[in-house]
Write a protein that binds this ligand. Sequence first.
Ligand SMILES: C[S@@+](CC[C@H](N)C(=O)[O-])C[C@H]1O[C@@H](n2cnc3c(N)ncnc32)[C@H](O)[C@@H]1O
Length: 276
Amino acid sequence: MSTEQAVSKTYLHGGLLAAIEAALARMGKPISSLSIADLAPVDEFHIGGRVATERFMKQLNLNQDSQVLDVGCGLGGSARFVANAYQSQVTGIDLSREYIETGNTLCEWVKLKKQIALQHGSALDMPFDNDAFNRAYMLHVGMNIEDKTQIFTELYRVLRPGAILGIYDVMRQQQGDLTFPVPWATSPSTSYLATPDEYCQALSETGFELVNQSNRRDFAIEFFNQLGAKTQAKGGPPPLGLHTLMQESTSAKISNMIANIENNLIVPVELIAQKT
Ligand SMILES: C[S@@+](CC[C@H](N)C(=O)[O-])C[C@H]1O[C@@H](n2cnc3c(N)ncnc32)[C@H](O)[C@@H]1O
């Protein structure tokens, strides 16, 4: 099995759309009047969810003229946020067919189909023309990609000169064995963490200039503390959440990720760069 097949298998649910529909029904949310906020608990698969997305996107200088690429878009929650908040056109690409098919249905449900196209494919060999986009971002995707130079070379190709690239990934802070499973990998065989310096070096080698770098460790710990307190106060998770995606492995994946952050092995980091 290739790495990409193994990564795609990690994220396979098998009945995701039906699970989301069932959770929405339990919440009493009719599909005819859904908002993107209703879907945010399940479709923002990165530390901090929608709150993290809002802050991150403010740094990309987005507007109605932005042609945005969402690399490793998952279910497309961030794409729907960008289309709705900034009126941008967004194209998403992801290895998981199930995420793309489910994500396109979610776009229909919230009436954003005209602004968003999600398609199946690899970020390492994208079916897009040179200079096709003027913004791109990847949220918690680089952890599954071994060759950072290759992904940034491909991003450089599809972006126009001056375009902004945003990255929000879990990065390696110190050497040491991680506890698995984590949300992006069940074992070390599909986990390819790099340090912020290694990301910056790969960006610079491929022609990007770093504009800003933010360590999101404190935010992550506070986010998980609040999530834990809310879950405890309510006697369990809400009907719709990241547990809808990760199912029975959710608790192990999240608690291992928190422990790996607290042990300074990994850290969520934002990088904003520009194509020179
Ligand atoms: C943790 S999820 C994040 C999804 C989305 N960015 C979000 O924040 O909600 C990681 C996603 O990256 C995708 N992915 C990993 N490697 C990829 C690759 N080489 N090409 C395209 N997508 C990839 C996975 O299929 C998965 O959907």
